[in-house]
Structure formats: structure tokens, C-alpha cells
Design a protein around this ligand. Structure first.
Ligand code: FAD
Length: 352
């Protein structure tokens, strides 16, 4: 007889979110990962939980909104169960607007958010001088205007993943470096999993996209409660300990997924220029990892197309942490209760 109800392969944010959701429903879960928790993309340092723009609504945006709205209660419960802090806070985000056309588009989106975000968060257009603490945190804005959204939150990815591992153990789950899968198996193996599915399918079902990131510590300025900044694709995410996560490069071609190089130096130099508080900020960490990107660019969730009694949770790409609370729930629905509420475009077949 099997000693566990379910096995999850992969101790990243998604494998552990699925494991925790199943353990909360009473299942005895074993997670197997030869490298241990947070060894892959989930060991990072950026942690922007940011929404898609509130327009042209679709399943992916609706799923993401539901996940972001769950996040506060979810991470508070993970903190309680694990006794460690995932670093979650809903601190919002500022985003400079380039010109009058961008301001008009942002105002249109503000009207969209009022409808689509169900009154739970705002997307506001504000004057740049309203956006930063004494100007030190205010990003330069060519139009003099910024978007301030109150939906965006932050967490510390590596700490959040380790907190998920702690929560699972509190719920009676096991995390092992090796072992044979028993019961239904959820494959949440990140980029290695996409390579494996591609090999089984005989075509590319997904690839890795490398990202490099850094942690900066501003000199003489405590950014901990400041909103995130999002400027020309660069994220600056203040963490609870006063460091600021800076991300990220996006590299399809790479030799070493964990090495940092001159592309990160360039990103850090840009970050130093985005607001007065970051000028000469000390670089306290450099990090690189590989994001799992499904061919459809959507998450890849559902029954495994090539294995019996098996499932896939993969394709978190750039928003894996933002989606993780809801990914855990919909996978637990499917695996434990046979209840399928996965959006059509998220199925593995969408990438095959
Ligand atoms: C630079 C960078 C910045 C990012 N910034 C953000 C952000 O700001 N916000 C956000 O939401 N997301 C962000 N992401 C994306 C996010 O990190 C990923 O979407 C998420 O971590 C994916 O989690 P995962 O569990 O699917 O994969 P991983 O964390 O990669 O986990 C997969 C695990 O599977 C294990 N494994 C592999 N093969 C096997 C096997 N055969 N058996 C068992 N285990 C196996 C690996 O050891 C690994 O631990 C960023 C990613 C990067 C790289």
C-alpha cells in the first residue's frame, strides 16, 4: 500500500503550492526534489506580484486577478504555518508615463480597472510629485504623471518558497531528495520539465528564459514601505529588510543559467539612475535563474499528456509567484477531487 496519497516532483514555488493546497485538504503529500526547495527559478530575489493592464480582459488576466486578490490571506497563513516570513506586503506600484498619449491610455485603463478589478484595487493617474517620499523615491517622469496601482504586492521569492516548505512540513507533508513516486504524481519540475515534455512530444513545448537580478541597499534611505517602481521594463521591488530587488534580464540564449555577467552590470547601472534614493545604492547580491516558459506563454496546468495518473504544473514564466496561490488550489481541485476549473488556454495541449 502507498505510504503517501500523492507525490509532487519539484520543490519550487509551484510544486510546493500544490503540495500545501493538497495537504490542507488532508492529503499526505511527499515532495521529491534532488536539489531541495528553492533551487530553481523560485530561489530568486525580485518578487513583484504585479497585475496585467486592466483592458482586453481574458482568462489569463482573470485568473491572475483572482490569484493576486487571494495573496494577502494566503501568505499570512503560510507565515503562520511555517513560522517564517515570506516578505509579502501589498505596497502598490508606480510607473512613469512618457507623454500625453500614454497619460490618455492610462486614464482609459483607470476606468477599466474601476470595472474589472471589482472595487478591490485602484489604477490611478497621479502627478509625479505625489508618488515618492520627499522626492527621493519618485521616479523621473517625462509627462510629469505616474500610474499608481494599489493591486501590486511584493514578496521575497526565496524566503517565500522556504516558507511554503515549512508550511508543508507543519501540515504533515514530507520533502525528500530522492525516492520513487507513489500515488498520483504532479510534475512541477520547471524548465527541466518543459524539456522532458518536449522530448516526449517530439517538439518544443516550452523553453527556459534566463533572468539576472540584483539586490541593492540604498544608502541612508529606508525603502521598505515604498511602492515598487516599474520603468522601461525594469522592476525595483523594496523588500521588508530595506533591500531593493532589481530585475531582470530576459535571455533566450544562454550557456549557464545561474551565472551573472555584464548584462546585469548594465541593469544595475540603470537602476542606480531611476530615482534619487538608488543613486550609489550598494549591490548586496547578484542572482540568475531560468524561468519556465510554455510555448503558449500561458501556464501549463492539467493532466499529463504522456503519463498515467500524472499531472503537470509548469509554465509560471515571469509571474509564477503571482499565480502560485491559485495554481495550488486549482491543481488540488483536479488531483484530489477530479474538479477541473483550469482555463482552457492553460492546458498542456495548448503548447503541444
Ligand atoms: C530573474 C527572475 C525574476 C523573476 N521575477 C519574478 C517576479 O518578480 N514575480 C513573479 O511572480 N515571478 C518571477 N519570476 C518567475 C518565477 O520565479 C517562476 O515563475 C517560478 O519560480 C516557477 O516556479 P516553479 O516551481 O515552476 O519552477 P522552479 O522554481 O524552477 O522549480 C522546479 C524544481 O524542480 C526541480 N526538478 C527538476 N527536475 C526534477 C526531477 N526530475 N525530479 C524532481 N525535481 C526536479 C528543480 O530542482 C527545481 O527545484 C522570476 C524568475 C526569474 C528567473
Amino acid at each position: 500500500m502507498a505510504s503517501v496519497d500523492l507525490t509532487v516532483m519539484g520543490a519550487g514555488a509551484w510544486g510546493l503550492a500544490v503540495a500545501v493546497a493538497c495537504a490542507r485538504r488532508g492529503a499526505h503529500v511527499r515532495v521529491i526534489d534532488p536539489a531541495g526547495p528553492a533551487a530553481g527559478a523560485s530561489g530568486g530575489i525580485v518578487g513583484a506580484l504585479a497585475p496585467h493592464v486592466p483592458e482586453q480582459w481574458n482568462d489569463k488576466k482573470a485568473f491572475q486577478l483572482e490569484a493576486l486578490l487571494m495573496a494577502e490571506a494566503y501568505w499570512a497563513d503560510i507565515a503562520r504555518l511555517s513560522g517564517s516570513d515570506p516578505g509579502y506586503a501589498r505596497t502598490g506600484r508606480l510607473h512613469p508615463l512618457a507623454d500625453a498619449a500614454a497619460v490618455a491610455r492610462a486614464e482609459e485603463r483607470a476606468r477599466g480597472a474601476a470595472d474589472l478589478w471589482l472595487g478591490r484595487a485602484e489604477w490611478r493617474v497621479i502627478a509625479a510629485h505625489e508618488g515618492g517620499c520627499g522626492g527621493d523615491w519618485a521616479p523621473a517622469s517625462p509627462s510629469g504623471m505616474l500610474v499608481h496601482d494599489t493591486l501590486t504586492a511584493r514578496l521575497h521569492p526565496r524566503r517565500a518558497t522556504l516558507a511554503l516548505a515549512g508550511a508543508l512540513e507543519t501540515l504533515g507533508g514530507e520533502i525528500a531528495c530522492e525516492g520513487l513516486p507513489e500515488g498520483p504524481v504532479v510534475w512541477a519540475t520547471g524548465v527541466a520539465g518543459l524539456e522532458e515534455i518536449s522530448a516526449l512530444a517530439g517538439k518544443t513545448a516550452g523553453t527556459g528564459v534566463k533572468g539576472q537580478a540584483a539586490l541593492l541597499r540604498p544608502r541612508g534611505f529606508d525603502a521598505a514601505d515604498m511602492p515598487q517602481l516599474f520603468i522601461d521594463g525594469l522592476h525595483a521591488v523594496p523588500h521588508a529588510d530595506g533591500t531593493v530587488g532589481i530585475g531582470s534580464t530576459s535571455e533566450r540564449d544562454y550557456d549557464d543559467g545561474t551565472a551573472t555577467d555584464a548584462q546585469l552590470d548594465e541593469l544595475i547601472a540603470r537602476a542606480h539612475g531611476i530615482c534619487p534614493a538608488l543613486v550609489e545604492a550598494e549591490v548586496v547580491a547578484r542572482w540568475a535563474g531560468v524561468r519556465p516558459r510554455a510555448r503558449s506563454r500561458a501556464p501549463m496546468l492539467g493532466s499529463h499528456p504522456f503519463r498515467d495518473n500524472a499531472f503537470i504544473a509548469n509554465g509560471g514564466f515571469k509571474i509564477g509567484f503571482g499565480l502560485s496561490p491559485l495554481v495550488g488550489e486549482v491543481m488540488a481541485d483536479l488531483v484530489l477531487e477530479g474538479r477541473d476549473r483550469i482555463p482552457e488556454g492553460f492546458r498542456p495541449e495548448a503548447s503541444l
